[in-house]
Design a protein around this ligand. Structure first.
Ligand SMILES: NC(=O)c1ccc[n+]([C@@H]2O[C@H](COP(=O)([O-])OP(=O)(O)OC[C@H]3O[C@@H](n4cnc5c(N)ncnc54)[C@H](O)[C@@H]3O)[C@@H](O)[C@H]2O)c1
Length: 400
């Protein structure tokens, strides 16, 4: 059997996250051949090109190069729409970091363009393809929690003007303050994609919140802009309820106005499961069962020939799949196999579009006080098979 021909890939956007993408596309995956990169800020592209031994290019050179089949859009969210439109317009397959665009209408337009041109168009975040989330999906699909009833999540991240992590570099465009980059889109995107992976399409949503304080001041004396005002142009706190078509109910609170915290759990008729931050590819999975307490009088517990045995109430579950470490670029690698094997990419744009519409619906509902009825549906992505937990062999699980 011959080896699959690698797909030549270029990256547009050489900022913070590009380093791990380039490392993985060069070293982790055999299906991708990283050939070039570009950035509006020439020195950034220059630096990455030298580090990874690839060509420093302009966007135009990438789009005109007949050998480059696929382009990864790693620009900040406000630029996603325009750059993805140019990539698809040039006839190249496109994969974009979350979210697909700053507005639902823009994402819908891009999805139409990809359909019309017959191009693959994938949307990260790809953490749902990681070992932890694939294992969670398998446990749920195999009935470990019984019939799924609910999913709930809280994510807060202290992007507050007094904190040390807040927009420290005056020369860096801090996208969480700008359209398409606020926490509901940024970290919220991970939670929504993972909920869709676990439970499928959402039919109705409602929401409260928005941009709770558009005019703010830098409040940390070590910040170069201490006491200067700034304008926040994106929602920062959003609370929503979701009704999945499968009958599961969800709640989510996403805020950058509060101190750091996160939780993600699912509830079923037989058990609940605590999961981990969907920004990561893996983490602890713990099953909580209601028959945990041994009580012979009430006949609760596991009755064996030797008498009652305790059933632990919190059971750590083993991870069953590979790609547990930082595997950014996995959606693109999967899309490269999708291209060669003529199948649907797992991080298909319909998932990204659906996640965009959920945020759009929560924001609409927050404005008009009505429940928002979703107009898009998406197929749950095909799970990866279990096994091959470490090393380069795990790539076989996306060569399907
Ligand atoms: N930073 C993270 O930890 C992280 C993690 C996961 C995903 N992401 C996602 O990755 C994407 C990029 O994030 P980042 O943190 O690297 O952002 P960044 O701001 O550090 O980098 C973005 C780069 O894109 C460039 N750019 C913008 N418009 C461009 C255009 N039209 N043509 C060429 N280059 C252009 C900018 O000059 C900048 O260098 C975002 O969608 C983000 O949500 C970021």
């Amino acid at each position: 059997m011959s080896r699959t021909k690698p797909v030549k890939v270029a990256i547009i956007g050489c900022g913070t996250i590009s380093h791990i993408y380039m490392t993985n596309l060069k070293e982790k995956f055999r299906i991708t051949e990283l050939v070039g990169c570009s950035d509006l800020i020439g020195e950034r592209a220059e630096k990455r090109a030298a580090e990874f031994g690839i060509r420093r290019m302009t966007n135009e050179e990438i789009l005109k190069d007949p050998e480059i089949e696929m382009v990864m859009n790693l620009t900040f969210p406000q630029a996603h729409y325009q750059v993805s439109k140019e990539i698809l317009g040039a006839g190249k397959h496109c994969c974009v970091e979350k979210m697909m665009a700053a507005k639902f209408e823009e994402a819908r337009e891009l999805a139409e363009l990809a359909k019309q041109r017959g191009l693959l168009y994938g949307a990260a975040p790809d953490t749902f393809l990681g070992g932890g989330w694939q294992s969670a999906r398998k446990y749920i699909d195999d009935g470990f929690i019984g019939k799924p009833i609910g999913v709930n999540a809280v994510v807060s991240c202290s992007y507050q003007p007094a904190s040390d992590t807040f927009d420290l570099d005056p020369d860096h465009f801090f996208f969480p303050l700008h359209p398409g980059g606020g926490l509901p889109f940024d970290l919220g995107g991970y939670y929504l994609h993972n909920m869709i992976n676990l439970f499928g399409s959402v039919s109705r949503v409602s929401g409260f919140g928005g941009n709770i304080d558009p005019e703010r001041f830098y409040l940390n004396p070590s910040h170069p802009k201490y006491r200067e005002p700034f304008h926040v142009d994106t929602p920062t706190t959003l609370s929503g309820t979701l009704e999945f078509a499968s009958g599961v109910y969800g709640t989510i609170l996403i805020t950058s106005d509060a101190s750091v915290y996160d939780c993600f759990s699912v509830q079923g008729t037989e058990a609940s499961m605590a999961l981990f931050h969907p920004n990561w590819f893996s983490g602890p999975l713990t099953l909580y069962r209601s028959a945990a307490i041994v009580d012979e009088e009430k006949n609760i517990g596991l009755n064996t020939d030797e008498g009652y045995r305790p059933i632990p109430d919190a059971v750590p579950l083993p991870l069953l799949h590979g790609y547990c470490g930082n595997s950014r670029g996995l959606a693109l690698a999967d899309m490269a196999y999708a291209l060669r094997n003529k199948r649907r990419p797992r991080a298909h744009f319909d998932m990204g579009l659906h996640a965009m519409e959920i945020i759009h619906g929560m924001l609409e509902s927050a404005k008009n006080g009505q429940i928002y009825r979703m107009t898009t549906i998406c197929e749950r992505p095909r799970p990866r098979r279990t096994g091959v937990e470490t090393g380069s062999g795990q790539e076989a699980t996306i060569d399907d």
